[in-house]
Structures are given as structure tokens and as C-alpha cells.
Design a protein around this ligand. Structure first.
Ligand SMILES: NC(=O)c1ccc[n+]([C@@H]2O[C@H](COP(=O)([O-])OP(=O)(O)OC[C@H]3O[C@@H](n4cnc5c(N)ncnc54)[C@H](O)[C@@H]3O)[C@@H](O)[C@H]2O)c1
Length: 326
């Protein structure tokens, strides 16, 4: 049955990829995007798509959110709208608290009022593995771990996760939360590491690497994340949380080296050209050392698995940002 779904933050990186993913998989549905169009948004990525309506507005506007849910009989909400850049949260945390915490509260409350206990309606909250803090040399994040956020960004996301949990336990709302590792792929804002590095390499400009470059992240191709969000929405158990990751741990330095080689191959340059652009810069304050995800529960209970190999995902990503090799 065709339906209307609501995606908050659908003009951002993961949200716009999710819009394309959902259109491919559920072509009859109408997709409403609620997005404030901050600096991080790129509405052109979803512009002109049939069956996609962009509503420009703030998720903190409870009345607007409730009106959209009621008017369009929305029964599925993917909540992605957020301030998402850790460096910006260190420089100015206030906006992170407003959008990530107060904004999530407004969306939950709007849905609770509009849905009035209807269990056929589901709120999927998209969160991050950063709520779990930082790992040592071993171990992985999993759903049973205590939260230990270290940056204003991760603390604001942790707070929003707790609100979502509380709306299930207090009001019986049908919610699911996903906590995902670092995404890469098309349509990401150029301030983030991978698009930043690709565009700098293409221009022959220095590629900044924080500290000693030994920080480890678990990288997942964004399309694989979208698939996980789809199965969590359709098959997840109400009140549960699911960790999503690529089982693909990379030290930042190794990632940049691989990216350098991929860009050189794409541009037909001698190997080693881009590696010369690496520039170590002062470390980020409170920089978490290592993130890794144990996605066993998501794989076992939702039947999800990442489909993209890191090397080919990076090649596709480079080709997207640099469509015309020299
Ligand atoms: N990027 C990652 O690697 C990653 C990993 C795990 C989880 N997440 C989570 O996924 C979600 C999406 O991340 P992303 O990387 O696509 O972020 P993004 O910064 O690329 O996009 C965020 C979108 O939200 C919109 N937005 C911001 N404030 C808003 C507000 N007050 N009202 C309405 N819209 C607003 C922006 O305009 C933008 O389009 C976030 O909740 C983030 O915490 C991201």
C-alpha cells in the first residue's frame, strides 16, 4: 500500500541518500522531507524528484511537525535532522543542544500527539556510535554498553537517544533507535574528512590529519546504512536499539593513504602524488581514539549485512566527487 513517509534532515548527507534509496525500493510512496536547510544541506540532491516534497522548516517547530504528520497521515518517521560535525560542536555547542536534543523532543512529542497510541506508526531515531565514547586497543561497541559521550555532539545525541527510549517506556510509543559508525559516500558536505581530502587532493592542496593519524574509525558505505535503516523501520522490534557498522576499522592515516592512491588512479596521476600532500595538524580537543561496532544483533535479528567492499566504495565515492578525471 503506497504511503507517506517523513524524513527529517532529508537534504543532508545520509538523509538525501535515504530519499534516493527509499524511492528505488518503494516507488509508490510519497516522501516528505522536513529540513531547515542549514549550511550542511544540499537541496539540489533531492530537487525535482517525483514523489518527494521538501518542506523547509525547523524540527523544533512542534506545531509544524504535528501538522505534517496529521495532514499527510504519516505513519513512518525517519528522524535524521541534526547538527552533525564534532568540530563545530566544540566551537559552538548551543546549536547542537537545540537541534539534537530539543528538536528530537519536538519531533517525538509531535508524533505522540498525532499518533495517539497507534502502534502501526513508527519513529526511527538515527543515532551514532559516538554515544558510547572511546575504545582502547580492543573491544567493540554493542547495544548493551553504557553510554559515555565525550563531545558536545555525542552528548547531545546521547540525550536524544534517552528521550526516544523514555517515550517508549513512558508512553508506549513505537520507536526504534540505530547507532551507526562513520559513513562515507556521495552527497556528503565537503567539511567532512573524506570529501575534504578528495577535493584537496584534486586541487593539490594540503590534506589535514589530526594528531598522529592513529585514531581508528569503522567506515560504512552510506547505501549500506540506508539499507539498515530500511530493515530497522520494517522489521525492528519496538523499543530496541541496533548497532550498525561496516566491520571495517581503519586508522585515519591508512584511510588517507588509500584515498590518495584511489584519487591518483582516478586522475591518472603517478602513484604517490597525493600522499605528498598529507599535513599533520594539532589534534582535535578530546579526540576519541577508537570506535568499532559489533553489529551481530542487527545482522542476526534483521538479516542485514553491508554489501559494499571498502576499496570499491571508495572508488565510487571518488568518482562521485570528481566526475571528470583530467
Ligand atoms: N555522517 C555520519 O557518519 C553519521 C554516522 C552515524 C549517525 N549519523 C547521524 O545521522 C544523521 C544524519 O547525519 P548526516 O551526516 O547526514 O548529517 P548532515 O549534517 O549531513 O545533515 C543534517 C541535515 O539536518 C538538517 N537540519 C539541521 N538542523 C535542523 C533543524 N533544526 N531542523 C530541520 N533540519 C535540520 C540540515 O539542514 C541537514 O540537511 C544525524 O542524526 C547524525 O547524528 C551520522
Amino acid at each position: 500500500m503506497p504511503q507517506t513517509i517523513l524524513i527529517t534532515g532529508g537534504a543532508g548527507f545520509i538523509g538525501s541518500n535515504l530519499v534516493h534509496h527509499w524511492r528505488r525500493r518503494h516507488p509508490g510512496d510519497l516522501i516528505l522531507v522536513l529540513d531547515k536547510l542549514t549550511y550542511a544541506a544540499d537541496p539540489h540532491q533531492i530537487e525535482g524528484l517525483e514523489g518527494v516534497d521538501l518542506v523547509v522548516g525547523d524540527i523544533q517547530n512542534l506545531e509544524l511537525a504535528r501538522h505534517l504528520i496529521e495532514r499527510h497521515k504519516v505513519k513512518k518517521i525517519f528522524h535524521l535532522a541534526a547538527e552533525s560535525h564534532v568540530d563545530r560542536s566544540i566551537a559552538g555547542p548551543a546549536e547542537f543542544i537545540q537541534t539534537n536534543l530539543v528538536g528530537t523532543f519536538s519531533m517525538l512529542e509531535a508524533a505522540r500527539q498525532a499518533w495517539a497510541g497507534d502502534q502501526a506508526c513508527r519513529f526511527l531515531h538515527i543515532s551514532t556510535d559516538e554515544v558510547y565514547g572511546s575504545l582502547g586497543e580492543t573491544g567493540k561497541f554493542h547495544e548493551g554498553m553504557a553510554y559515555a559521550p565525550n563531545s558536545p555532539y555525542s552528548a547531545s545525541k546521547a540525550g536524544s537517544d534517552h528521550l526516544v527510549r523514555a517515550y517508549h517506556h513512558t508512553y508506549g510509543m513505537n520507536v526504534v533507535t540505530t547507532n551507526c559508525s562513520n559513513n562515507y559516500g556521495p552527497r556528503q558536505h565537503p567539511e567532512k574528512l573524506i570529501p575534504l581530502a578528495i577535493t584537496r587532493m584534486a586541487k593539490g592542496e594540503p590534506i589535514p590529519i589530526y594528531g598522529d593519524g592513529q585514531n581508528v574509525r569503522d567506515w560504512l558505505y552510506v547505501e549500506d546504512h540506508c539499507l539498515a535503516l530500511e530493515v530497522a523501520m520494517l522489521n525492528g522490534v519496538a523499543g530496541e536499539t541496533y548497532c550498525v557498522g561496516g566491520d571495517n576499522e581503519q586508522r585515519n592515516l591508512d584511510l588517507v593513504d588509500l584515498l590518495c592512491d584511489t584519487v591518483d588512479a582516478h586522475l591518472g596521476r603517478p602513484q604517490g602524488t597525493s600522499r605528498k600532500l598529507k599535513a599533520f595538524v594539532e589534534d582535535r580537543a578530546g579526540h576519541d581514539r577508537r570506535y568499532a561496532i559489533d553489529a551481530t544483533k542487527t545482522q542476526r535479528e534483521l538479516g542485514w549485512r553491508p554489501e559494499h567492499i571498502f576499496e570499491s566504495g571508495l572508488r565510487a565515492t571518488v568518482a562521485w566527487y570528481l566526475p571528470q578525471p583530467i
